[in-house]
Design a binder for this molecule. Structure first.
Ligand SMILES: [Zn+2]
Ligand SMILES: [Zn+2]
Length: 456
């Protein structure tokens, strides 16, 4: 911290500022709102120093000094503004240390953190309000300053972003500039193969004398890759198989709805196997919910577990009943996918979540998982969040209406669509995977995924 001062007084004496500053700091340290009498012998006057704690305005800390001469007893009020260089102040430095220490900050959600006190067993709530961060510690409440806990939260948000960026996985579309056999680029277009629904360009390689076409992942399919991925896109946005079939017919592609189902089945399995090897970098706050669906006319429940920050759907499962279902396998699956346990698990009041939490997440040693049931928080925009989740459930219902059995590929297909393909308005039009550090490039993300999965 560096000090220089701006003052509106003609009686600027560095001594005043230094003395005032001393008391100011001392009073802060003992957490007192204090005033004091400061003798300033060198100028034959006394200064009554008022220390208005917590009246810093931005970069300025304000100190009132009333000075008087011994001989005429006049009282001259002075206001000194001590300029604090905020590039790295004390609280910021302490905040950074907290952010780097393990188990000091618990992220409940994007608007609510718990930060351990550095001097007691307590923990303070740091909440995002319309006006900015709010902390329940005395430093923030009485001095209205950006306390070390708030700095710690800000640092930890920055740190998490950096870590995610370092561990980012980028999946690029396959570029077709080499012969698949000898990797030479010395090839030419050589005829077209006519299929029932589309034509495929063939190439001839001058180096190895072989014919080939670029059709990675789609050979043996009765439609071109674009048609297949469009069908998947339509289906997962909520169209029925028969509507997808009608749409393809308009494009001149004649396939049965069973064929479309088979495509979805085949490619979902292929992509799932490939994506299972990549660990999403989800946050430490997870949410679980369940939604009623119909499978072959029977009532079922779809249980889903989602990362609160990225909205990445970590695990899903279908259950016959809501109240007697054991959610432990859902929690266990989520642990495997994310390679960790959450710090905070948010659910509704359903008993099976509590049992699953006890079985899968609760431990005696730190870091421990907190289970929050039916969270309501001051300042949290609960309703918006619930509305978004409900909207998503409605989408999910449309897709799962066509379920034939419990472990249908359609469930994991919807999960891929949700996580990797669909941009979310609440994520600034990014996908949950973008937020969780898995970036799929290309205009057709289905195709990028299928091609890369076929290379394995
Ligand atoms: Zn604080
Ligand atoms: Zn070749």
């Amino acid at each position: 911290m560096s000090l220089n001062f701006d003052s509106f007084s003609s009686f600027d004496k560095p001594d005043h500022v230094r003395i005032a500053k001393f008391f100011h700091d001392w009073a802060r340290n003992v957490r007192l709102i204090a005033s004091g009498l400061v003798p300033a012998y060198s100028y034959r006057k006394f200064s009554l120093v008022f220390l208005p704690l917590g009246h810093g305005i931005g970069k300025f800390e304000r100190v009132f000094i009333f000075s008087t001469w011994l001989n005429n007893m006049f009282l001259y009020p002075r206001v000194y503004y001590i300029h604090v260089d905020n590039t790295m102040n004390n609280r910021q430095a302490k905040g950074e240390i907290i952010a780097h220490s393990p188990d000091q900050i618990t992220r409940i959600n994007s608007q609510y953190y718990r930060v351990k006190s550095q001097s007691s067993d307590k923990a303070y709530n740091v909440t995002a309000l319309e006006s900015g961060w709010y902390c329940t510690c005395p430093d923030h409440i009485y001095r209205h300053v950006c306390c070390k806990h708030i700095h710690a939260v800000e640092f930890s948000i920055k740190l998490r972003k950096e870590v995610r960026k370092q561990n980012q996985v980028i999946i690029e579309p396959i570029t077709y500039d080499k012969c698949p056999d000898c990797k030479s680029s010395n090839f030419v277009k050589h005829g077209i193969r006519h299929n029932k629904n589309y034509d495929l360009q063939r190439y001839f390689c001058h180096d190895c004398s072989k014919w080939f076409s670029f059709n990675l992942g789609f050979s043996g399919i009765k439609a071109n890759p674009k048609v297949v991925t469009s069908a998947m896109q339509l289906y997962f946005t909520g169209e029925s198989l028969r509507n997808v079939q009608k749409f393809l017919r308009l494009q001149g592609v004649e396939v049965s709805h069973q064929t479309i189902y088979n495509w979805i089945n085949k490619y979902t399995g292929l992509m799932q196997k490939y994506l299972d090897k990549i660990t999403p970098q989800v946050s430490d706050t997870w949410r679980a919910d369940e939604v009623f669906i119909k499978v072959k006319g029977n009532m079922k429940y779809l249980f889903a577990l989602m990362d609160d920050e990225s909205r990445f759907l970590i695990a899903q499962e279908v259950a016959d009943t809501k109240y007697s279902h054991d959610a432990s396998s859902l929690f266990r699956k989520a642990k495997e996918v994310a390679q960790k346990k959450p710090e905070v698990m948010i659910t509704d009041g359903l008993m099976s979540y509590h049992n699953a939490y006890l079985q899968e997440f609760r431990t005696m040693q730190a870091p421990r998982t907190i289970h929050i049931r039916n969270i309501t928080l001051k300042g949290e925009k609960n309703n918006n969040k619930m509305e978004r989740i409900n909207g998503e459930i409605r989408d999910r219902e449309k897709v799962t209406r066509g379920l034939k059995k419990n472990n249908s590929p359609l469930i994991s297909g919807y999960q891929i669509y949700h996580n990797y393909v669909r941009p979310h308005m609440s994520l600034d039009n990014q996908t949950p995977a973008d937020r969780a550090g898995i970036i799929i490039k290309g205009n057709d993300k289905w195709r990028t995924l299928i091609e890369n999965a076929s290379l394995e």
